[in-house]
Write a protein that binds this ligand. Structure first.
Ligand code: ADP
Ligand code: MG
Length: 251
């Protein structure tokens, strides 16, 4: 059963249609990749999911765990357990890992840092890192000095502030800034979350990553869905042809 369902989403910007009647779903414990060249509309779809953009008027619909979502209601989407890691992961580089986790996705008030019940907060943050298999990260390290993949791992740990309630994690180009040797670490974390039933929307322009991690793929070209398939039914060549805009041909 799908945990997130978006249907018939169209979005225009002045002079341009970024999305044309796009459907997208993800099931519990599934990794569904959203693949396409730069400018194909991937981030626009994610920002409609997060409530940042509204779709054009029309028959568009959105639900999470069977509950209807109001477009533009980012708070409601968060309450339904959907979390977003945007390409700019938004950590505070001058603060430590613990401080970033403590701040969560809420508003930043430097004054609060001095007054927190640091003992229990610290224990909770360390437990969260350990629970996610991230015990290689020093909780007292300044985030700006971490490796690229550690920074992404901290951003995910921060997003999963109430992990039991997380239904969907959306990663928008999460590997774009990672050296290739670090990508597998991120994949390992994603697989641990999927094993717990989290559905993952994996946005990328790299088809080899789709083949390496996703169960299902939707390919966008110029705002239109041009392919939706189980990844096991595709080869690298067939996927490359679809992205390039040639005939789908035999897959
Ligand atoms: P992707 O994430 O696949 O690279 P985007 O969703 O960011 O693509 O962009 C899709 C298209 O919509 C692009 O042509 C982009 O220039 C355009 N676009 C995205 N955001 C805006 C905006 N705020 N205003 C105008 N055009 C936009
Ligand atoms: Mg994008």
């Amino acid at each position: 059963m799908n945990t997130l369902e978006l249907a018939a989403v169209t979005k225009s910007f002045p002079g341009q249609r970024a999305l044309d009647n796009v459907d997208f779903t993800v099931a519990k414990g599934e990794i569904h990749a959203l693949l396409g060249h730069n400018g194909s509309g991937k981030s626009t779809l994610i920002k409609i999911m997060s409530g940042f953009y509204l779709p054009d008027g029309g028959p568009a619909s959105y639900s999470v765990a069977g509950h209807s979502m109001k477009f533009g209601d980012g708070v409601g989407v968060g309450r339904a357990g959907v979390r977003f890691i945007h390409q700019d992961i938004g950590l505070l580089d001058d603060l430590t890992v613990l401080e970033n986790l403590r701040l969560g996705s809420g508003t930043y008030d430097a004054g609060l840092l001095g007054r927190i019940r640091w003992g229990s907060e610290r224990a909770a943050a360390v437990a969260r890192l350990n629970d996610l298999g991230l015990d290689h990260i020093d909780p007292d390290a300044v985030v700006g000095r971490l490796s690229a993949v550690e920074r992404t791992e901290v951003a995910i740990a921060r997003a999963l502030d109430v992990e039991s309630a997380i239904s969907v994690l959306v990663l928008d180009e999460a590997t774009a800034a990672l050296p290739s040797g670090q990508v597998e670490h991120l994949f390992a974390l994603v697989r641990r979350l999927v094993a717990r039933g989290v559905g993952v929307v994996y946005v990328t322009h790299r088809l080899e990553e789709v083949l390496a991690i996703a169960d299902r793929v939707t390919v966008l070209r110029d705002g239109e869905v041009v392919l939706r398939s189980q990844v096991a039914d595709l080869t690298q060549q067939s996927l490359a042809r679809v992205i390039a805009g040639m005939d789908v041909g035999p897959v």
